[in-house]
Design a protein around this ligand. Structure first.
Ligand code: SF4
Ligand code: FES
Length: 248
């Protein structure tokens, strides 16, 4: 395949940045999107030019590091896949592909296509954990019976990989889907109930502090989420938040 890539280039957080055009040839449909960018970067390095900076790690849909806005969609045109799992067969010979970083005030650009998503880490640190007494009397988690339905829903929420596509897809740059997944994975389990009140209040407070927008129920986050995290998690977080606020 022969393609035209329009890629956002930006030296650092302080500089302005612009779209640059790169023609590329010899792209195989079985290549992943990131492998296609590897081909481009090899060519740029051979020409003595700066390679395009983009985030990646596992390249198998697990870590949440890859984060490109491809033709206006986070993780591109395919559903339920990350950018590293997107294949070039989803595109046609002669296509022009526009590649940008995830755009949100809370995700400042570090360089080119790489953004700073440490705001998500700080939301996690505000309450995305349980405290377990390890004095020697710890009860094995598996010894507490949990309804199958609750276990399944908690597991589904826990599949969130923290990629940030939900924020990039949202016109308000809201982090409600991410935060609600993290709140839900504990709210549904008895182990998570102990700190539930403090958790939801602190995580929502941190989310607001980071500058993410509000949820207006558009649902774009759910559509673009590579892990199929459901909007039901946002409804659950809102209920948790209301009851925690009433408890004070
Ligand atoms: S909710 Fe989905 S889109 Fe948002 S961070 Fe988690 S996995 Fe990524
Ligand atoms: S590189 Fe790990 S999810 Fe894409």
């Amino acid at each position: 395949m022969k393609l035209t890539l329009k890629i956002w280039r930006q030296k650092n957080a302080a500089s302005k940045g612009s779209m640059q055009t790169y023609p590329i040839d010899g792209i195989d449909g079985d290549m992943s999107f990131l492998e296609m960018l590897d081909v481009l970067n090899t060519e740029l390095i051979e020409k003595g030019e700066e390679p395009v900076v983009f985030d990646h790690d596992c390249r198998e849909g697990i870590c949440g590091a890859c984060s490109l806005q491809i033709n206006g969609e986070p993780h591109g045109p395919d559903r339920l896949v990350t950018t590293c799992q997107l294949h070039m067969r989803k595109f046609n010979d002669g296509d022009t592909i526009v590649i940008e970083p995830f755009r949100a005030k809370a995700f400042p650009v570090i360089k080119d296509l790489m953004v700073d998503r440490s705001a998500f880490d700080r939301i996690q640190q505000a309450g995305g954990y349980i405290s377990v007494n390890t004095s020697g009397n710890t009860i094995d988690a598996n010894a507490i019976p949990i309804e199958k339905e609750d276990a399944d829903e908690a597991f589904n929420a826990a599949t969130c990989i923290g990629c940030g596509a939900c924020v990039a897809a949202c016109k308000n740059a809201s982090a409600m889907l991410f935060t609600s997944a993290k709140v839900s994975q504990y709210a549904l389990l008895p182990q998570g109930r102990v700190e539930a009140t403090r958790r939801v209040l602190n995580m929502v407070e941190q989310m607001d502090k980071e500058g993410f927008g509000n949820c207006t129920n558009t649902g774009a986050c759910e559509v673009e989420c590579p892990k199929g995290i459901s909007l039901e998690n946002i409804a659950r977080m809102n209920r948790e938040y209301l009851s925690a606020s009433l408890k004070g």
